[in-house]
Design a protein around this ligand. Structure first.
Ligand code: ADP
Ligand code: ZN
Ligand code: ZN
Length: 734
C-alpha cells in the first residue's frame, strides 16, 4: 500500500480523485473515509478524503505526499464505497458522479468551514450558544416546555415565527420549526404506540414472519388503513433488538411530518432527518452521529438512502409508487428503491415497501415471492368514496364554459353549504394548454423546445414548461401573420378563475408548481386548508398526496383523461394511481365523501378500475399488456438519449450506436433477448435547443443483459457536440 486515492472538490474542476504518496508514519493509521490535507497546485493545502489505496500509480507523474490526517475517525467505510460503486455500475455512470450525489459537498470542500449548526443539547451541562439561549428563553416566556406544543403555537403566531427566523437558526414558513426540530429541543414527551386493530395485527404478524426474506415485502393498504402504525410496531421491534431503521418518504414535506410522528413515538434523541434541504451544518452533524451509530431511526427523502446509517435492521419505503424516488436528472439517475434494496442486502435486513397503489412491478414481484400483505379497510372504517363518472360527451354542453359540469356545480354548492371543503384536481398548470392561429392552424411553440407555449394569466406571459422561457403574447401569427391567435385548453389557472366566478363568496386557492417561487409555499397553503381557512383548493397532482383533512367531503377531477393519453407505457398506471390517490382524500373523517370524475372516455379500463378503486382488477389488465409488449416487469428498459444542437449529427450518432449494438447482440446470439428499438426522435423532440433521439433497449436477460449493455456503453466515445444520457429503468420515455 504505497499510494492513496483521494477525493477532492476543486472549483472549476468539480469532484475528482487524485493519487498521493502515503508517508511512512501514516501507513499504520490511514483508513478509507478519513479526511486528509493534501497539497494541490497553487491552492496550497486542501481538504480531501481517502477513498482507496494502490501500489501503483495510474500514470507516469510526480506524486506528492499527503500532508496530514485531519481526523482519524473516518466518515465512511469501505462497505459504503462498495455500495456507491454498485450504484455507479447499475446506472452506467462513473463512481465520482455517485460520490458527488451521495456525500454532502461541505464534507469535502476546500477549507470546509462547517457552519456551526444549532448543536445537539443532549447534556444539561453542555454550553449553549447565545441563540439557543434566546430560543429557550422564548419558549419559557410562552410557558412551553416541549417542542410539539410550541410548534402548534408557532404555526398560529406569525410573529413568533418571525422572531425565530430572525434568530437565524431555522428557516421559513410552517415547515421551518421542525425542519430539524431534533437539533434544538431535548425533551418531547413520548407517547405509547397504539394498540393494533385485528387487520393490523394480522399484517404485522405476517410481515414479521417474512423478515428474513431476501426480496422486498409489500404492504398494500388502502389510504388511511393504518399502515404507518404497523410500520411503527415493526420499528419498535427492530430498535429493541439493537438495530437501526431507515424510513424513506417521497418528499421533504412528508419526511418532515413523519419525523415529527417518529419523534413523538420513539423520543427525539434517537431520530434524525435527512434530505437535500437540511443545512450543510446539519448534514455534517447528522453524518457524524450516524457514523458513530448514535441514531436509531433515520427518516428522509430519496437522498437519505446514501446517509451512512449503521447496523440497519429494517428499511421502510412509504408511498413506494411515487416517481420522486427516482432522480431523473442529473446523473446518477438512481432510484432510491433500487439502492435501498441493495443496501438492505448489504445489511441482511428486510426491505418493506408500502402503498395504496403499488408500482405494477413491485406488486408483480411481491405476489410471485409470496411477500404481499394487504389491508382493505380504513382504520376508522369510514368507507372509501366510490367515484361517480360524469360523461362530458353528454354533459359538456350544459357545463359552465364547457368545463365545470352541472352535477359538479351542484355538489360544490351543497358541500360549501354544509361548511365542508372541496378539492378540485386539474393536472395541468397554466391557464390554457396551447395557443393556436385560427387562420393557418399553427401552434405557438417554444423557440428552444418542441412543445407548445402555455398561457399564464397570472404573469400575462406565454411560458415553456420545459425550459421556463417566457414571451409576450404575440400580436401576429409567426407563420402567416394573421392576428387570429387564441388560446385553447384548460389548466389550473383557468379553473381557479372559473371557480371564483361561480362561487364569489368561497375562499379559493390554487396549488401547482407555479406558486413555488417561494420555497414550501404549497406546505403553507396545505396547512391553511387543513385549518379550514380555504374552502376550495384547486391544484395539480401536488394536492393528491398526503392530505388528511376530515372536513374534505368532495373531490372533483375536472379532466380525468389527462395523463392517460400520454404515449408512455406507464401512462395508465400513473393515471390510475393519481385518480385513486386523489379519490382517497374524500371522506376520511366522520362525514361521507363524494368523488366526481369528469371524462370524455368513460369506458377506458384504467379509468373504470380507478372508478371502482379496484387495484387487483387494474393490475390484471395492466400486467397482461406489459407481458404482451415486453415492458417491465418482463424486461428492463435502458434508455439512451443522444442530443445535440445539430439535429442531423444527433440522429447520425444515434443510428451508429443502435447499429453497433444490434451487430453486437446478433454476434453474441442475444438478439431476441436484448431488443434495440430506434433510434427515433424523442416524443419531445427538442429541449433547450438540443435535438433529442432515443434508443430503447429492452433487456430480457436480467443481470447478464445489463452487464453486456453496460460494457458496450463504457466503450462509447462521442464527439464533443453530442451528449449521451443513459437512464436505467427510466420513469418515462417521453
Ligand atoms: P396510512 O399510513 O395507511 O395512510 P395511518 O397509519 O396514517 O394510515 O392511519 C390513519 C389514521 O388512523 C391515523 O390518524 C392514525 O393515527 C389512526 N390509526 C391507525 N391505526 C391506529 C390504531 N391501531 N389505533 C388508533 N389509531 C390508529
Ligand atoms: Zn397563422
Ligand atoms: Zn422551452
Amino acid at each position: 500500500m504505497k499510494y492513496a486515492l483521494v477525493l477532492v472538490n476543486i472549483k472549476g474542476l468539480g469532484v475528482r480523485t487524485f493519487s498521493y504518496l502515503i508517508p511512512e508514519e501514516m501507513k499504520e493509521i490511514i483508513q478509507i473515509g478519513q479526511a486528509v490535507l493534501v497539497p494541490f497546485g497553487r491552492q496550497g493545502l486542501i481538504n480531501a478524503f481517502v477513498v482507496g489505496f494502490s501500489d501503483y500509480l495510474p500514470g507516469d507523474f510526480k506524486v506528492k505526499k499527503i500532508n496530514k490526517i485531519i481526523d482519524e475517525t473516518p466518515l465512511f467505510s469501505i462497505k459504503y464505497l462498495k455500495l456507491l460503486e454498485w450504484v455507479a455500475n447499475y446506472y452506467c455512470t462513473d463512481f465520482v458522479t455517485v460520490l458527488n450525489a451521495a456525500l454532502p459537498m461541505k464534507l469535502i470542500e476546500k477549507n470546509a468551514k462547517v457552519e456551526q449548526s444549532v448543536s445537539f443539547i443532549n447534556d444539561e451541562n453542555e454550553k449553549l450558544t447565545k441563540r439557543q439561549k434566546e430560543i429557550l428563553q422564548l419558549l419559557k416566556e410562552k410557558g412551553k416546555s416541549s417542542l410539539i406544543d410550541f410548534e402548534e403555537e408557532a404555526k398560529t403566531t406569525r410573529s413568533t415565527m418571525k422572531k425565530l427566523e430572525n434568530l437565524g437558526c431555522i428557516k421559513i414558513d410552517t415547515e421551518y420549526v421542525y425542519r430539524n426540530p431534533l437539533s434544538i429541543f431535548k425533551d418531547v414527551k413520548t407517547e405509547p404506540l397504539f394498540e393494533l386493530s385485528g387487520e393490523q395485527i394480522t399484517v404485522y404478524e405476517g410481515i414479521k414472519s417474512k423478515l428474513k426474506s431476501q426480496n422486498p415485502i409489500l404492504l398494500h393498504g388502502v389510504t388511511a388503513s393504518g399502515k404507518t402504525e404497523v410500520y411503527f410496531r415493526l420499528i419498535k421491534d427492530v430498535i429493541d433488538s439493537g438495530k437501526n431503521v431507515l424510513f424513506l418518504a417521497p418528499e421533504i414535506a412528508l419526511a418532515s411530518q413523519l419525523t415529527k410522528r417518529l419523534a413523538r413515538k420513539f423520543g427525539i434523541k434517537d431520530v434524525a432527518i435527512w434530505h437535500s434541504s437540511i443545512s450543510d451544518g446539519e448534514k455534517y452533524d447528522v453524518w457524524q452521529r450516524l457514523y458513530r451509530d448514535e441514531i436509531k431511526i433515520l427518516a428522509g427523502a430519496r437522498s437519505a438512502v446514501f446517509a451512512p446509517l449503521q447496523n440497519i435492521g429494517l428499511i421502510i419505503i412509504d408511498e413506494e409508487h411515487e416517481g420522486a424516488y427516482k432522480q431523473t436528472s442529473p446523473a446518477p439517475r438512481y432510484d432510491a428503491r433500487v439502492v435501498a434494496r441493495r443496501l438492505a442486502q448489504f445489511h441482511q435486513a428486510p426491505l418493506l415497501l408500502g402503498s395504496a397503489t403499488p408500482d405494477v412491478s413491485t406488486y408483480y414481484y411481491a405476489t410471485n415471492n409470496n411477500n404481499l400483505f394487504e389491508m382493505k379497510h380504513r382504520f376508522n372504517n369510514s368507507p372509501l368514496a366510490k367515484p361517480q363518472v360524469i360523461n362530458m360527451q353528454e354533459y359538456g354542453r350544459a357545463s359552465y364554459r364547457g368545463i365545470i359540469s352541472k352535477p359538479l356545480q351542484i355538489e360544490i354548492t351543497e358541500t360549501l353549504e354544509r361548511g365542508q371543503q372541496v378539492i378540485l384536481l386539474m393536472n395541468r398548470r397554466g391557464y390554457s394548454t396551447y395557443t393556436q392561429c385560427k387562420a393557418c392552424g399553427t401552434v405557438v411553440e417554444c423557440s428552444d423546445c418542441s412543445i407548445p407555449m402555455i398561457w399564464h394569466a397570472s404573469t400575462k406571459t406565454l411560458k415553456c414548461h420545459y425550459c421556463n422561457k417566457e414571451m409576450h403574447f404575440p400580436d401576429f401569427c409567426p407563420q402567416c401573420g394573421s392576428d387570429a391567435l387564441s388560446t385553447s385548453g384548460v389548466g389550473t389557472q383557468k379553473i381557479e378563475v372559473l371557480i371564483k366566478e361561480l362561487y364569489p363568496d368561497a375562499r379559493v386557492e390554487r396549488i401547482d408548481s407555479d406558486i413555488l417561487t417561494r420555497k414550501n409555499a404549497h406546505i403553507e397553503l396545505l396547512n391553511r386548508f387543513q385549518k379550514g381557512e380555504i374552502d376550495i383548493l384547486v391544484g395539480t397532482q401536488m394536492i393528491a398526496k398526503g392530505l388528511d383533512n376530515p372536513n374534505v367531503t368532495l373531490v372533483g377531477v375536472l379532466s380525468a383523461d389527462t395523463g392517460f393519453n400520454i404515449p408512455d407505457y406507464r401512462a395508465s398506471e400513473r393515471g390510475f394511481q393519481l385518480l385513486t390517490q386523489v379519490a382517497g382524500r374524500a371522506g376520511r373523517g366522520e362525514f361521507k365523501g363524494k368523488v366526481l370524475f369528469q371524462t370524455y372516455n368513460p369506458d377506458f379500463y384504467a379509468f373504470q378500475t380507478a372508478k371502482s378503486q379496484d387495484y387487483e382488477k387494474f393490475f390484471e389488465t395492466e400486467i397482461k399488456s406489459r407481458q404482451e409488449f415486453d415492458y417491465p416487469p418482463f424486461s428492463q428498459i435502458i434508455r439512451l438519449i443522444l442530443s445535440s444542437e445539430n439535429q442531423f449529427r444527433a440522429e447520425k450518432s444515434a443510428m451508429e450506436i443502435a447499429l453497433r449494438l444490434n451487430t453486437m447482440t446478433e454476434k453474441f446470439g442475444f438478439g431476441e433477448y436484448l431488443e434495440t428499438l430506434g433510434p427515433t426522435p424523442c416524443i419531445i423532440e427538442k429541449i433547450h435547443k438540443l435535438y433529442r433521439f432515443q434508443i430503447l433497449i429492452k433487456n430480457k436477460l436480467s443481470q447478464k443483459g445489463h452487464d453486456f449493455v453496460s460494457k458496450f456503453l463504457n466503450k462509447i466515445t462521442l464527439p464533443k457536440d453530442i451528449k449521451l444520457a443513459i437512464d436505467v429503468d427510466p420513469l418515462d420515455i417521453l
